[in-house]
Design a protein around this ligand. Structure first.
Ligand SMILES: [Fe+2]
Length: 158
């Protein structure tokens, strides 16, 4: 896979998360807490996707964009597919399910980003992945807090 394609998949992932969180924030408009969290996460995912886009612009059509990177992104493709299905589904899923799914995604994205980071083709890419990772870690913590509050995850041991 070419470096540019890797970036474009990352872009897809971040951008589709933003779209999905926006849908969630609208679907659960009467649930203030969940709505506020999803809406904030949407804004942040937009920022993440912008950061990826920025790097894509700098490599597009240039030799670095054509470099082959060794990244197995089948898993990421599968995750993006799940996000797509959720975006396209006409019936909103129950809020608890949305919280669980968001948790699954943020957990997974950490792992996925970590894997792509092994394709250290470009120091800028390493910094980008660090930035995206810190975003996912933050999201993971926030969504976990909400999930615990709602009994979707066991209470943390004191
Ligand atoms: Fe993100």
């Amino acid at each position: 896979m070419k470096y540019y394609e890797l970036l474009s998949m990352l872009y897809d992932f971040e951008y589709k998360l933003a779209v999905m969180y926006e849908i969630f924030s609208k679907n659960y408009a009467n649930d203030n807490e969940a709505c506020a969290l999803f809406s904030k996460m949407c804004t942040e995912e937009v920022n993440h996707s912008d950061a990826v886009k920025y790097l894509m612009r700098t490599v597009k059509g240039n030799a670095p964009g054509e470099v082959s990177v060794d990244a197995d992104l089948g898993q990421m493709e599968a995750v993006i597919g799940k996000v797509d299905d959720t975006i396209k589904s006409e019936l909103p899923i129950p809020v608890d399910e949305a919280v669980r799914f968001a948790l699954f995604l943020e957990n997974n994205s950490l792992e996925l980003l970590y894997k792509t980071a092994s394709a250290q083709v470009d120091p800028k890419f390493v910094r980008l992945v660090e930035y995206l990772n810190s975003g996912s870690t933050e999201h993971q913590a926030k969504i976990e807090r909400l999930a615990r509050k709602r009994g979707l995850l066991p209470e943390e041991a004191a």
